[in-house]
Unconditional design. Structure first.
Length: 311
């Protein structure tokens, strides 16, 4: 079957799904938007289903498209990890694979990773983006460490708490300048709310807009699901682009708030504690390899610094 897979079309789809934009995908892949559109159409014909909804403002993923995007992104990540493993082994370097959610990798881990690489240039690090729980193992063909997001305890592994978080609305500064007023939670009735529904066994336990609005005393705001995303990172990107208001987590939004591309319209008011947290997990038994130990100590230190800076 692999000889029949439309790999170029799948690659174009993964990038288009990441941005929910054919133009942005074309920029990343150094091709034309027309080429991306043709690849997506080829894939839709092959599958016999629409992956995007086309509208005047751009495109948005269908439910089937969101599921395929999550699975295809994970598959490409595994392929990239295998290639990187082979490369690092040929160079004689220590190889370490870490699994984490795509949004945490994109919005929190990657901006801090240069520090680890500078401290440990002899360790070849591969990141495996997965929204599902990955049980780590010391074998070379799987992730040795994982950062899990949800409600512990995690059975069958050793775990170390990293970060808890809060929930609050965020949007682009331009939305406050040009859009309807956004001074109280009730004002959200006049704005597009960006929803996140990711593929996880614990997703149903996570608070959504309805929970936050009830906690904020804005019961009258109607929840219309115009835009739904499978990843928090996608919702934040759309909020940055001015397409609506996202219910953000403090961990993922921190760097974007610090840079000014996102703002919290209600400041420190109406902040809701999240029932989820981040934990570092590793295999329950066996000696911890030196590379895994180095990364674990570095990660725990980075999490502690983040907590201090956020307090």
């Amino acid at each position: 079957m692999i000889d029949r897979l439309p790999l170029n079309a799948l690659r174009a789809f993964v990038f288009a799904a990441r941005h929910e934009s054919f133009k942005a995908a074309a920029y990343d892949l150094h091709v034309t938007p027309g080429a991306i559109s043709r690849h997506i159409k080829q894939l839709e014909v092959t599958l016999g289903a629409d992956l995007f909804v086309r509208h005047p403002q751009g495109v948005s993923l269908t439910v089937r498209g969101a599921r395929l995007a999550a699975e295809a992104s994970e598959a490409f990540s595994r392929l990239a990890r295998s290639v990187e493993t082979a490369r690092m082994q040929s160079n004689g370097a220590s190889q370490l694979t870490v699994s984490a959610s795509p949004s945490l990798i994109q919005h929190w881990l990657l901006p801090r990773l240069a520090d680890f690489e500078a401290r440990h240039p002899d360790i070849g690090l591969a990141l495996e983006a997965s929204a599902q729980l990955v049980e780590p193992g010391w074998q070379e063909d799987r992730a040795q460490l994982a950062i899990r997001y949800g409600q512990g305890p995690w059975s069958g592994v050793r775990s170390q708490p990293l970060m808890s978080e809060t929930l609050f609305p965020v949007c682009a500064p331009s939305l406050l300048e040009k859009g309807p007023p956004l001074e109280t939670p009730a004002d959200l009735a006049r704005h597009t709310l960006l929803h996140v529904k990711w593929l996880s066994n614990q997703a149903a336990l996570f608070p959504g807009w309805r929970d936050w609005l009830q906690a904020a005393g804005a019961h009258e705001v109607t929840i219309d699901v115009h835009r739904r995303y499978s990843l928090f990172g996608l919702a934040l990107d759309q909020a940055i682009a001015g397409h609506g208001v996202a219910l953000a987590t403090s961990v993922l939004a921190a760097d974007r708030l610090a840079s000014g591309v996102l703002v919290a319209p209600f400041g420190t008011r109406h902040v809701m504690d999240s029932p989820f947290s981040y934990d570092l997990i590793m295999p329950a038994g066996g000696d911890v390899p030196a590379a895994a130990s180095a990364f674990a100590h570095w990660l725990i230190d980075q999490a502690a610094r983040f907590r201090r800076d956020s307090s």
